[in-house]
Design a protein around this ligand. Structure first.
Ligand code: GTP
Ligand code: MG
Length: 342
């Protein structure tokens, strides 16, 4: 029983658009903040190499996917030169000794190894910048999905802005903390990308379905195909629907809230950005959950698997309220100039 929404005036759409753009301009880090992150990374790499001589550190997640906030955490992946993979036992041992080493770093505090998680990490707090971070080992798929998200974000500015709006929305509604049982930022970003692919006409293509050869190329990482078309220069000529969608960010944001509250059948379908054809929850045998989000590379990974029924309802309510709030015009006050006041 959704409230009917009134017709939107061009003035209201203009306000809506400004609000969306502001989420991006107010929260995106500037060049200095980006370089601070690189600097911390360099410094940490030098430090870690004292004990692990072949260690290389790389940033991933929102420090690199283009949807980072000023205070977003530093997601770091460590690999050792000349070694392609690492088994779980070695990962845990190295995480533990990495934690002991990082405790000696003068700029770091609150060192905490977490070895029971699916991906073992060591967490830290960087005192001078107030940034939190974690280091994982051989988190190679995450490096690839970071590059995939970055490519979508760089393809059209509306993608970037909408991903920021979604993250702000999730923070404000308190539905964006996976460590407390809701969905991760990464999951919400996948929801935005899926919506933009399913929009008619679509705003973005399905990069994993574009290729030159007869057959989809296979680039295997941890047993999964991480191929996607990443040449932004030639992409427009490779995508027949390029430029078809000219909606504003404001229209798309309201469109997204309406899509997930009015159109998308969560029971039936999977949020899946690797193919244009709808994938069903039945196909995947993922029928016990209401919000089902397939990782674009690790096809066994459902980002919504950890949601309780209560949390699912809480998230859906946030979307329903968002639809009403963003879909109901407010009176736009015209500025009052002192000499016009009677
Ligand atoms: P922020 O909230 O700005 O930190 O966004 P983020 O994209 O960096 O999210 P987060 O720090 O939670 O995750 C870091 C990265 O881990 C993501 O961008 C993905 O590349 C990768 N990742 C892969 N699978 C998962 C998953 O199941 N959950 C999360 N949270 N991250 C995943
Ligand atoms: Mg992060």
């Amino acid at each position: 029983q959704l409230e009917p929404l009134p017709a939107l005036t061009p003035e209201f759409l203009c306000v809506l658009n400004d609000v969306c753009v502001k989420c991006y301009t107010d929260f995106a880090p500037d060049e200095l903040e980006v370089s601070v992150r690189e600097h911390i990374l360099q410094d940490l790499e030098g430090f870690v190499r004292r004990q692990f001589s072949g260690a290389r550190l790389r940033l991933f997640g929102s420090s690199k996917n283009g949807f980072g906030f000023r205070q977003s955490d530093l997601d770091i992946c460590m690999v050792l030169d000349g070694q392609d993979t690492m088994d779980d036992i070695d990962c845990i041992t190295i995480i533990e000794s990495l934690a002991r080493l990082l405790k000696k770093h003068p700029d770091l505090k609150n060192i905490l190894p977490i070895t029971t998680a699916k991906v073992p990490i060591v967490k830290f707090y960087h005192v001078r910048t107030g940034l939190e971070g974690d280091i994982s080992l051989y988190n190679t798929l995450a490096l690839h999905n970071t590059h995939l998200l970055a490519t979508y974000g760089a393809f059209d500015n509306r993608v970037k802005i909408l991903c920021y709006v979604m993250k702000v929305f999730a923070k404000v509604c308190d539905i964006g903390d996976a460590s407390r049982g809701s969905l991760s930022s990464y999951a919400y970003t996948l929801m935005v990308l899926f919506f933009l692919q399913q929009r008619n006409p679509p705003v973005i293509p399905v990069l994993q379905e574009i290729y030159d050869a007869q057959k989809k190329p296979e680039v295997l990482v941890d047993g999964w195909n991480v191929y996607f078309y990443d040449d932004l220069k030639t992409l427009p000529s490779r995508w027949s629907e390029y430029g078809g969608n000219t909606e504003s960010v404001g229209e798309l944001w309201l469109g997204l809230l309406r899509f997930y509250t009015e159109d998308f059948d969560f029971r039936e379908h999977v949020i899946c950005i690797r193919q244009r054809a709808r994938l069903t929850t039945f196909n995947k045998q993922w029928t016990s959950k209401y919000i089902v989000i397939e990782d674009p590379f690790d096809l066994n990974h459902n980002l919504g698997a950890g949601l309780s029924r209560k949390m699912t309802n809480f998230i859906m309510k946030a979307f329903i309220n968002g639809r009403t709030v963003f879909g109901t015009p407010i009176k736009v006050l015209s500025p009052i100039y002192p000499n016009q006041v009677e």
